[in-house]
Design a protein around this ligand. Sequence first.
Ligand code: GDD
Ligand code: MN
Length: 363
Amino acid sequence: MASDNGYDVSVVVPTYCEAENLPTLIPRISNAMSSAGLHGEILVVDDNSPDDTTQVCDQLSSDSPVRLIVRTKERGLSSAVIEGMKQAQGAALIVIDADLSHPPEKIPELIRALQVEGTDFVIGSRYVPGGGTDEEWGLFRWFNSKVATWLAYPLTSARDPMAGFFALRRDHFLQALPQLDPIGYKIGLELIVKCECKQIAEVPIFFGNRLRGESKLSIKEQLNYLRHLKRLYEHKWRNLAQFIQFLFVGASGTIVDLLAFTSLIHWVPTNVGRGIAIGVAMTWNYWFNRQITFSGARQRSIPHQYLLYCLSCAAGAMISWSVFVGLHSQINYFHEHPVFAALVGIVLATLSNFLLSKHLAFR
Ligand code: GDD
Ligand code: MN
């Protein structure tokens, strides 16, 4: 599978402060390629590391087909990988970590798997038979990795979609390029979802501890992962994902509403208390819908948007309130259980609120 200039493969290596690992990594990649008869290039994408990366790459380039790309304006694993892939010339693209957690000797096997008819993505996988991780993985890292994988389950059936060692075809990447906007670490998952990869092959690998230096995976990256997941869910199921977030916000608002209502009931007439509680919950919901559900519509000024949101909710509030008054005054059961009458009103109002918020306030 050679491209126009004859490269079979481009190996993209994102690096930040990996100068110590490159002299081991690059020759191993290079040997793996040549012993499998693969003609290719190695692209090291470095974010201007304050170490000897430049000199080291310079030296290595006399024996290996390595090219260094230095970025000075941007930082981040995912965007570095995308940059490397954009500049790559090979028909197949491989991404691999620089710290030797991933075995470069598996590269030919990943390429072969990618050549199987229909396969559009290949993962160097820890979680298929024959794969594994180093014993010394702490419980925290293991748990973290498991939870992250479970959360991605609705997005892909791959066993190890979090992997940083994978392969795909360059033309497939280029097709998806305009859609890519990852945050954080999980560039593989981003590509699987945005390239709409259907048939994913997983080649077992053993994920070792990093050879030298330290991991750059921080708590901030973990939070970024949640933001990234939100984007991916919205990409895949736009309206449903939004409605579910709206429901979560609404559920929290319901608790706030009922807390306010049950406290107010002792101080003010029941119907008035209902009105005030709805107002409190509405403000609460506005804020969290702005921050979470419709976070893409935050450029609008808060007062303007709040007003529109209140208008949208006024319709819902009217529904909520009149359903309550109707049930509470007409039906004996609800007269004795006003909270349940309130709940019925809330449910009906939620639907109308979602549609109006989406199409009016957060358009
Ligand atoms: N250019 C660039 N910019 N490279 C970076 C940056 C950055 O901001 N941050 C990290 N890298 C490079 C590292 O130099 C390394 O080559 C690779 O990305 C992975 O970084 P590590 O810091 O070693 O990450 P990790 O071992 O915690 O995470 C790895 O395993 C995870 C699964 O457990 C990565 O492969 C993840 O993608 C993977 O999900
Ligand atoms: Mn690592």
